[in-house]
Design a protein around this ligand. Structure first.
Ligand code: ATP
Ligand code: ZN
Length: 223
């Protein structure tokens, strides 16, 4: 890959993390030239550019070195860390960012009197997070079927394709609408700044250090 002297940050193109992410970068003193419907936003002041993509692609883009950093949910980063192959570059969570808070939870039909994970034994659980769910089931010593779905996980029990689900929950409104209730929390999530475990040791590294310093200032002021 061609060496780059500008820092490149991957961000969600359109979704829950887009506005708060852009707002945070703005408060770190970064401004960008291009309109938001484009894939690429050129940084005006500092040598920092944005790549606007689907959130699911962000960890892979960092691991491949296409981007240096990413703003992504801890849920997406953790799933990537569990499911990416050994040959993939290791990623780490550099900073929690304090927005996009949600939980990755087990939800069961409202009529099920859930007391412990052991009750999930032998059931099938639909999720978009097979890595995180599989790891949790292992640590609980529970053997259950995992049905991987890309979306609309919450309707799986009604359709009869699964007995329970493992999905992101914020207010719980979607669960209630689907006659489900939250039974157990696997992961407390929020948006994070993700980066490679080994940071670049060139101008990009210097810019990254400056950005982290500014982020710490901005996040502290907000707390
Ligand atoms: P994309 O088109 O980028 O794939 P998406 O539909 O996967 O979009 P969003 O629904 O915008 O993504 O969610 C992005 C992130 O926002 C999630 O990965 C999660 O970290 C966070 N989030 C916060 N609250 C919720 C919620 N109630 N449901 C889903 N995600 C949430
Ligand atoms: Zn997504």
């Amino acid at each position: 890959m061609k060496p780059r002297d500008r820092l490149r940050i991957a961000m969600q193109k359109s979704g829950r993390l887009t506005e708060p992410g852009l707002d945070l970068l703005k408060r770190c003193g970064l401004t960008f030239r291009q309109s938001r419907d484009k894939l690429f936003c050129f940084g005006e002041g500092e040598p920092v550019d944005l790549l606007l993509v689907r959130d699911d692609d962000i960890p892979g883009l960092i691991a491949q070195g296409v981007c240096d950093l990413g703003i992504v949910g801890r849920n997406v980063l953790a799933e990537f860390q569990l499911t990416a192959g050994r040959e993939t570059a290791a990623l780490s969570e550099l900073r929690p960012l304090g927005f996009g808070r949600c939980r990755l939870s087990i939800a069961v039909p409202q009529e099920l009197d859930y007391q412990s994970p052991q009750q999930l034994s032998g059931l099938s659980i639909a999720t978009s997070y097979p890595g995180l769910l599989g790891e949790w089931l292992r640590t609980q010593g529970v053997e259950a079927g995992v049905v991987t779905l890309a979306g609309s996980v919450e309707i799986a029990p009604r359709l009869g394709t699964a007995d329970a689900i493992c999905d992101l929950v914020q207010s719980g409104g979607t669960l209630v609408a689907n006659q489900l209730r939250e039974a157990d929390v696997l992961l407390e999530s929020e948006a994070v700044l993700a980066g490679p475990e080994i940071l670049p040791a060139d101008e990009r590294g210097d810019m990254l250090e400056l950005l982290l310093k500014r982020l710490d200032g901005v996040i502290q002021v907000r707390e």
